[in-house]
Structure formats: structure tokens, C-alpha cells
Design a protein around this ligand. Sequence first.
Ligand SMILES: C[S@@+](CC[C@H](N)C(=O)[O-])C[C@H]1O[C@@H](n2cnc3c(N)ncnc32)[C@H](O)[C@@H]1O
Length: 288
Amino acid sequence: MGPARSRRRPRPPGPASPPRRPPVVERPSARPGPAGGAGERSRARSALRTALVEGALREAVARQGEALGREALDVLDVGGGTGGSAVPLALAGHRTTVVDPSPDALAALERRAAEAGVSDRVRAVQGDTSGLLGVVDAASADVVVCHGVLEHVDDPQEAVGHLVRALRPVGTLSLLAANRTAVVLARALAGHFGEARHALDDPDGRWGSGDPVPRRFTPGELSGLVEAAGLRVERVHGVRVLTDLVPGALVDAEPGAADALLALEAAASSHPALAAIATQLHVLAVRG
Ligand SMILES: C[S@@+](CC[C@H](N)C(=O)[O-])C[C@H]1O[C@@H](n2cnc3c(N)ncnc32)[C@H](O)[C@@H]1O
């Protein structure tokens, strides 16, 4: 039987006022990717972008399982797209629910889950952060994942509030969002100095009206959103500190370079000055 799917329309946004506090910066473990032929190099490059955060998520879910004394947890991935996080967690035995507004993403998720043989542990639900509690029950998830979504919602504080309400009294939230500082470096290194200057001062961290990303965050803003919703921030680390700055040809040129860069990323992710320039920020927060 295929995954269940329901539909819901988004609600209009409300006000946002995140408090700002400095984060704790810690280090997740890395799992180096493969190296070798063209296909392997391509997989290794892709792993460079996702391995650290997926590893940190795996570890956080395992810690939550130990704290609860259960092996199989209920994981809710909001904006989970095609299941890049959810399907591996389902393969690890967890019951996963992916809420996403995109029917195409949910169809791809269903195919991916079927190919992995975990359709019985993956539920696809059409919805979004603003209507989350209309499509999933409050206090129904041991772990809530929301990666790469907060940049796009109308009201980040309201969205985080809904994510937290979906958590059980003892639970973990994994939040990944774009880092405001990184875009300044990225635009400057691409020679777009005016846009870099704009991003430096823009309250939403945008480089101009053509910027496709509605907002980016500082570590303090992200931590503040989570704390205002009642959770305790356990760790914040930078994701893609150097990977997006290093030319791909340099990674492909040397056998083992991707592995070495991934190891460097793992070390840099918890280095305060380097984590501060990472493309993304990963916040792990707990309740209970
Ligand atoms: C950049 S993708 C990230 C996908 C996945 N979380 C990952 O990390 O690979 C953003 C996803 O958020 C979904 N999305 C966009 N707006 C959303 C909203 N308001 N609530 C929930 N999901 C949303 C998109 O359909 C898309 O699947």
C-alpha cells in the first residue's frame, strides 16, 4: 500500500519577533564519501553537501531514541521534499512522515521510499508549516526535522512554533537554514561586490531584489526562534563552510581530495570563526 496523502491550503502569515542570542557551537561527526571514477566523484561531491548534516541528524535521532528507551521513533520532516532525510531514517527503522506543499516532491518521495522498500514506514502528507497542525496531530513526533524551509516561510517564528507543537513533551528539533554571512562572501567571490555590500546590511540577508531566497539567518536569530518557542538549543554548527567556496575541479583533481575536504568540513563546522561563514546553519534543540 502506498503512503497516505492529504491536502491543505496555506494560512496567511502573522508577526515575527525573534530574540537574538549567541549559539553554542559544537562538532558533529563526519562520514567521508567515496572517491575514484567520475560517478564516484560526483557522489562524493554530493555527499560533501549533505553528509555532515545527515550524520548529525542520525546521531540526534539515535540520542533521542536512547533517551526514550525506544529504537523506532516517530519522525516528522516538514518541507521534507523528496525524502533525502526521511528515507534513510525509515531505513534505520523509524516511522517517518513528510509534510510538503509540492505534489511532485511527494510523488518522488513515494517512488524513493518504494525503491528503498520502506513505503510502510514513510507517510507523505501535502501541507506546509502554517497549516501543519491541520495535517498532523500536535505532540505526535519524537523528532521534528525542518531543513531548508525556514528561509521561504512568511513567518519564521510562527513556523517554528508549529514545529515545536508537533513535538512530544520529550523530543528533538533539527533545523537547517541559510546563513546570512555566507551570502556576502559568495557574492563577493563571484565579483558581485555591490550585491555583497547590500547583503551585508539587508535585514533579511538578501543581496538584492533578484535574490531568490526571501531571508537568511544569523546563528543568534535561529537560536532565538527556537528558544522563544520553548526549546533548549543543544548545538549549532556550520554546514558547507568551505565546500561551496572551493572550485569543484580542485576536489576532482586529486584522489581522496573529497574525503579530505569532508574531514576539513567536519572540523571547521564547530570552529566558531569558520562556522560563522558556513552556507547553512544547523540547530539541534530539545524539549524535556
Ligand atoms: C530546499 S528544499 C529542502 C528539501 C529537504 N528538506 C532537504 O533538506 O533536502 C525546500 C522544501 O520546502 C518545501 N516548502 C516550501 N515552502 C514550504 C512551507 N511553507 N512549508 C513546508 N515546506 C515548504 C518545498 O516544497 C521543498 O520541498
